[in-house]
Design a protein. Structure first.
Length: 278
């Protein structure tokens, strides 16, 4: 999402740097400036200064500086568009409207996010039901206890060909939306679209905001054609732009943790739980 320079200038004009920074750093007036302890370093003597006239902040202990957008990105670990959205909300300024095509695409993405959330809840509920007994056994064998399953929102896709399709249909979700979200397999040579994931342990994949955008499914049947099956490319999911558990990892790295990259879903979960339990 791109923002005009006029819109960004309006946010700067409406939000003094001291107001934005002051929500996180305790500031004291120091002449024409404000000062406080660095949010980036442990210190006893203030070396962090804010100048509203220059619309900037300066942290002499870490060498960092910037404007209100930089401050949110560096202290909260968010992207530039996310920082703009948060500051616009803080200023009470509506986000700019885009072309009809852009607005339509954004509305479609919002709709697909809702579809994916409903699918995740269905898979979670099925895992907890009698039908999910085998899947729970598999997860127990991988040392993933119920608390961990809930934390990572693991689920189970039933073996039936139309289980998810019928469930989402009862929720009023149109079949084309299910197809576009990558939940159904469809095509010119397929008269009736059917569930992509069947008899699989389900691992929800989120974007960097924590919204579910795809799934990875681990087959339980020994003769399954693919041991692991992932969602296809969709308006929400681009394989080269996402990492499993990426939202949690981004925040952890922002807080000073070391980034560890492993291959499998269960490996990611195991490492995460091992680190958080120490």
């Amino acid at each position: 999402m791109r923002f005009s320079s006029q819109f960004l200038d309006e946010l700067r004009a409406r939000l003094p740097v001291s107001e934005v920074v002051g929500r996180r750093v305790k500031l004291k007036k120091a002449g024409r400036e404000w000062k406080g302890l660095s949010p980036f370093q442990q210190e006893k003597t203030p070396s962090f200064f804010v100048n509203d006239q220059k619309a900037a902040w300066f942290d002499f202990s870490s060498g960092k500086n910037g404007n209100i957008f930089d401050f949110l990105m560096q202290t909260e670990g968010v992207s530039f568009p996310e920082a703009v959205e948060r500051l616009a909300a803080m200023a009470g300024v509506p986000l700019p409207k885009f072309s009809k095509d852009e607005e339509a695409r954004e509305e479609k993405r919002k709709t697909l996010h809702d579809v994916m959330e409903l699918a995740a809840k269905f898979f979670e509920g099925t895992l907890a039901s009698r039908a999910g007994a085998k899947a729970r056994g598999y997860l127990a064998d991988r040392a993933l206890d119920p608390a961990t399953q809930l934390k990572f929102r693991l689920g189970y896709a039933p073996a039936e060909r139309f289980a998810l399709k019928e469930h989402l249909g009862e929720q009023g979700i149109p079949v084309p939306d299910m197809v576009e979200a990558g939940l159904l397999i469809a095509g010119d040579d397929i008269p009736v679209p059917y569930d992509r994931f069947r008899d699989r342990v389900m691992f929800p994949i989120t974007d960097f905001r924590g919204r579910i955008i795809a799934f990875g499914g681990r087959a339980l049947a020994a003769d399954a054609q693919a041991k692991y099956l992932n969602s296809p490319e969709t308006p929400l999911f681009h394989k080269g732009s996402n990492l499993y558990n990426g939202a949690v990892a981004r925040q952890a790295v922002h807080d000073g943790a070391v980034l560890i990259v492993v291959e499998g879903y269960v490996d990611v979960i195991a490492v995460t739980m091992a680190i958080t339990s120490t």
